[in-house]
Design a protein around this ligand. Structure first.
Ligand SMILES: [Zn+2]
Length: 256
């Protein structure tokens, strides 16, 4: 297992950019640099040299710092092959099931369309780390700007099946609002109630609620819980297909 250190950098309103340093091989990646300046500042502080940018998708608040950082550091930019035209400065094009070596640490790429048609996630299986971009949020998921509900359900189901102790780093602090919605459609869920109490405490102290684990999501994220009978009943979808239940939950959240 590689010795990885991750620094969480809050930027813009509610974005998280992550710097990840591999102490074994002295390589450093930034995941979804919305902006460049705070990234360069942390690099300097830490004495790390940027070697890679890992992009999950093409939205401006994920790739906005790509070209500045490439100019400043000559790093390699990794992104989805299917979205190569929309990822500024892309050097390494990857697709579903591909592996990517970050020094000695190996990431498997998951193609997770739904939020956009070219979204990917980076899974470091040995280190139990997932960079989920805007696919999976704490108690939520990304809006469906380009994909269909069925695609997004399939994408989320892939992530749901990862080991429960996988630590998930997503790109936004949306947790408290997501939790309020989750409670509105599954108020009897004890794990959810419990989690929201913790989340409210953290947010009141302006602390991040990210990262979290896959297990946290299985028990409290309504988008991953189409099998929950109380949830099905509360939204009038008893006995429907999982992707249909997901679609209804997404639609309710969009109008919440
Ligand atoms: Zn996005």
């Amino acid at each position: 297992m590689a010795n990885l250190e991750i620094v969480q950098i809050p930027v813009l309103n509610d974005n998280y950019v992550y710097l990840m340093h591999n102490h074994d091989d002295k390589v450093t990646a930034v995941i979804d640099p919305a902006v460049s300046k705070p990234v360069l500042e942390v690099l300097k502080e830490k004495g790390w040299t940027l070697t890679h940018i890992l992009n999950t998708h093409h939205h401006g608040d994920h790739v906005g710092g790509n070209l500045d950082l490439k100019d400043a550091t000559d790093c390699l930019i990794v992104g989805a092959a299917v979205d190569a035209k929309r990822i500024p400065g892309i050097d390494v094009e990857v697709g579903d099931g591909d592996t990517f070596l970050f020094g000695s640490a190996e990431a498997t790429i998951y193609f997770t369309p739904g939020h956009t048609t070219g979204h990917i996630c980076y899974h470091f299986a040995n280190e139990k780390i997932l960079f989920a971009g805007d696919t999976l949020f704490a108690m939520g998921c990304g809006r469906l700007f380009e994909g269909t509900p069925k695609q997004m359900w399939q994408s989320l189901n892939k992530l749901r099946n990862l080991p429960g102790d996988t630590v998930v780093y997503c790109a936004h602090e949306y947790t408290e609002a997501n939790g309020k919605f989750a409670l509105s459609i599954e108020p009897e869920n004890n794990d959810l109630q419990h989690r929201m109490t913790e989340v409210r405490k953290k947010r009141a102290m302006n602390q991040p609620t990210v990262p979290f684990t896959i297990e946290d999501e299985r028990v409290s994220n309504p988008f991953l819980r189409p099998e929950s009978l109380p949830l099905q009943e509360n939204i009038g979808m008893t006995g429907k297909e999982k992707h249909e239940i997901f679609a209804k939950v997404r639609q309710l959240k969009d109008n919440f």
